[in-house]
Design a protein around this ligand. Structure first.
Ligand code: 2HA
Ligand code: ZN
Length: 271
């Protein structure tokens, strides 16, 4: 059996959490990540018959029975993952009943997965229904994205349109736009269901005045989506109080989307 602490997926989780912490997006215990793993790959590092303990998830996810995820721990700090992965991360498998998580590794101090697991697993189900290659869901509190929530209308079309206007590549990176949920209580099945509903249409979902969810085929893709929104939000926060002299026009965005051959939300442009 190979050493789990040297597994590429553990290394990736260490690097991304450290990176997000350094970007200032994941203060204290803010943010959480779930990453679906390949069973054969995990079997090189762990005995899949050795369930350390079982933990109820609080809801049914029959679509994910048998799937294995590496997930950040509840109350744990992104800042600490790289130094102590075994306490701050866990590897879970969704049991036959769809409602129980089987712990295969991690949460060594008796902890458990993020309180946002419902939103994560429900989002995985939604994304997989439209993209069978989706593997990752990331939740984070990026600073400028959050700031923009306080000063910009929380309308999906208007919010996406503003972000697209802020950097030339935005419409190419997230042509599907950004979904927006109103302020809701976090950590509940309700916000999980609302997020998952949006995830059928969007890979990015804003939780108003809280943060953002991003989904993708790998950590890079989910992170890159959030990073691009955050960059656009930063440009917005740097410029929105100043007279606007120049802008990327809707016609320019259409030209961009067509040049890069992306399927974009035409209804989010005013052509
Ligand atoms: O886990 O970010 O939304 C901490 C959070 C909850
Ligand atoms: Zn949060």
């Amino acid at each position: 059996m190979k050493n789990i602490l040297e597994a590429p997926f553990v290394e990736e989780m260490k690097k991304i959490t450290a990176n997000m912490y350094r970007l200032g997006w994941d203060e204290r215990n803010g943010g959480n990540i779930s990453y679906m793993l390949d069973e054969k790959e995990v079997a090189e590092y762990l005995d899949l018959n050795n369930v350390i303990r079982t933990i109820p998830t609080g809801f049914g996810a029959k679509e994910l029975i048998g799937k294995i995820f590496i997930v950040t721990g509840t109350g744990k700090y992104f800042k600490n993952v790289e130094y102590d992965p075994e306490n701050n991360l866990g590897i879970i498998r969704i049991a036959e009943d769809g409602k129980t998580a089987e712990l295969l590794w991690g949460y060594a101090d008796g902890g458990k997965f993020t309180s946002e697991l419902p939103a994560h697993l429900m989002s995985h189900i939604s994304r997989l229904s439209v993209d069978p290659e989706n593997r990752v869901v990331i939740h984070s509190h990026p600073t400028n994205t959050l700031a923009m929530n306080y000063v910009h209308e929380l309308d999906e079309k208007k919010f996406t349109h503003t972000l697209w206007e802020m950097c030339t590549e935005c419409i190419v990176v997230f042509p599907d736009g950004v979904g927006v949920l109103p302020w809701m209580l976090c950590g509940t099945n309700e916000i999980g269901e609302a997020t998952a509903e949006k995830m059928k249409e969007f890979r990015l979902v804003i939780w108003a005045m809280h943060g953002i969810y991003g989904a993708g085929k790998n950590l890079d893709e989910a992170f890159g989506l959030i990073e691009t929104v955050e960059k656009a939000a930063q440009i917005y926060m740097l410029t929105s109080h100043l007279p606007r002299i120049n802008t990327i026009k809707d016609k320019d965005m259409q030209i961009l989307a067509e040049a890069f051959g992306v399927e974009y939300r035409k209804d989010f442009l005013n052509l």
